[in-house]
Design a protein around this ligand. Structure first.
Ligand SMILES: Cc1ncc(COP(=O)(O)OP(=O)(O)O)c(N)n1
Ligand SMILES: Cc1nc(C(=O)O)sc1CCOP(=O)(O)O
Ligand SMILES: [Mg+2]
Length: 212
């Protein structure tokens, strides 16, 4: 796998859109210890704010030893020396990102419910494959619904599989049993009444050994 020597597993936290950088950092600080990876995603901010927030998170993640992945924006990922970038269907192609960021970078690709897209991403040098949405979500307008069979079928690429979309500690177990190496989460942590407890509960879904 490109991007990491150890097989990643656990909670892949994604930031909520928050225009207040100090508040965003407080929210992230409270839960970063439970995360395997952090993705900086802000669909509402302009370029200057996204750069400010990505740089601040870069420092937090470096101190915590948590890889930082920037959503959508390959140039921003490069500019802040992030550990990687996450790309969807409207974003750069993974081969371009791999070339720009290097062999050690994490280049994640959204595959939605589409195994052919996953095959193309794997061939283009993706580091992990994300499938979703597994459940209704309030964080994004989604048009595709994934189910656990996709996760099982995607084992053939021997890349980490990420499950996203309405994932909570109460519905993560079947996804993990189907082979999800990470669950990517916004609302179930950042909108929870007790975000650290919610993050810990999601991380604990991975306490049992990975399925064969
Ligand atoms: C881990 C992970 N999976 C999927 C997505 C969604 O990416 P995309 O379809 O490009 O949508 P936006 O997040 O850009 O709205 C993701 N960001 N992370
Ligand atoms: C950003 C994103 N991508 C999705 C996909 O299906 O590709 S679902 C989603 C939203 C994830 O947020 P929450 O954990 O709050 O449901
Ligand atoms: Mg995107």
């Amino acid at each position: 796998m490109n991007g990491s020597s150890a097989a990643p597993r656990g909670l892949y936290l994604i930031t909520p859109d928050d225009p207040d950088t100090a508040r965003l950092l407080r929210r992230v600080d409270a839960v970063l210890g439970a995360a395997t990876w952090l993705q900086y995603r802000n669909k509402a901010a302009g370029a200057a704010l996204r750069r400010e927030q990505a740089l601040a998170l870069r420092a937090r993640c470096a101190a915590a030893g948590v890889p930082l992945i920037v959503n959508d924006d390959l140039a921003l990922a490069r500019a802040v020396a992030a550990d990687g970038v996450h790309l969807g269907e409207d974003d750069a192609d993974p081969a371009t990102a791999r070339q720009a960021l290097g062999a050690g970078a994490l280049v994640g690709v959204s595959c939605y419910d589409d195994l052919e897209r996953a095959a193309r991403a794997a061939a283009a040098g993706a580091s992990y494959l994300a499938f979703g949405a597994f459940h209704p979500t309030r964080s994004k307008i989604t048009t595709r619904r994934a189910d656990a069979r996709l996760l099982r079928a995607a084992a053939c690429w021997a890349l980490p599989r990420v499950a996203i979309g309405g994932v909570t500690a109460d519905n993560a177990a079947p996804l993990v049993a189907a082979g999800a190496d990470l669950v990517a989460v916004i609302g179930a942590v950042f909108d929870a009444p007790d975000p650290p407890a919610a993050a810990r509960a999601l991380r604990q879904c991975f306490d049992a050994p990975a399925p064969p």
